[in-house]
Design a protein around this ligand. Structure first.
Ligand code: FES
Length: 188
């Protein structure tokens, strides 16, 4: 290796420093353009997942027989790129005891276009109002008449909804039904 080559390599090395510096300086604003809630230079910041404020708790004595139901509202806090920095969501839900002894705990936000649906225990009422006769109690949406079978994981049995409603995460402990979170993927 001659002297000339060594000097050229050295100069190339020096030139790379400002180029790298410029790229690094541009990276932070670019990352914040892609994800406005990221903190400066914190490239490894995790996803902005919603956080639940506190669990919703029901005493099990409220669910003595199949299809006993309780309506509730679940509060979630979401990060937002605003002056306040967060948005509070109040998500309506239903907790229903199934004949199996399990619980169906669902968001009431319809996955079609976001209306709040009802729990309709009487199949005759569903047949009259929703163009569909189910075998048992269902969730039914008044906006475009989607019907969800709560005994089949919220399966859509009638109407335009593309999928079942979102489920809540819950546990049963100390004679209580404790609803702790909404499944990921959004509110509707
Ligand atoms: S919003 Fe519920 S069926 Fe359309």
């Amino acid at each position: 290796m001659d002297m000339e080559t060594t000097r050229r390599d050295l100069l190339k090395g020096f030139l790379a420093v400002p180029v790298l510096g410029t790229l690094l300086a541009a990276l932070s604003p670019f990352m914040r353009f892609l994800k406005p809630t990221i903190k400066p230079l914190n490239y490894m910041q995790g996803p902005d997942l919603p956080k639940s404020v506190k669990p919703v708790i029901f005493d099990l004595s409220l669910f003595t027989k199949p299809f006993d139901a309780q309506a509730f509202n679940f509060i979630q806090v979401n990060k937002e790129y605003t002056a306040i920095g967060t948005q509070i969501r109040d998500i309506p839900g239903f907790a229903i005891k199934l004949p199996s002894g399990d619980f169906a705990v669902y968001s009431r936000i319809c996955p079609h276009l976001g209306c709040v649906f009802n729990f309709v225990p009487n199949p005759d009422d569903v047949a009259k109002g929703y163009n569909y006769r189910p075998d048992g109690p269902v969730f039914a949406c008044p906006c475009h008449l989607s019907v969800f079978d709560i005994q089949k994981e919220g399966k859509v049995v009638s109407g335009p909804a593309p999928r079942p409603p979102r489920k809540f995460v819950y546990k049963v402990e100390n004679n209580q039904l404790v609803i702790t979170d909404l499944e990921t993927g959004g509110v509707a």
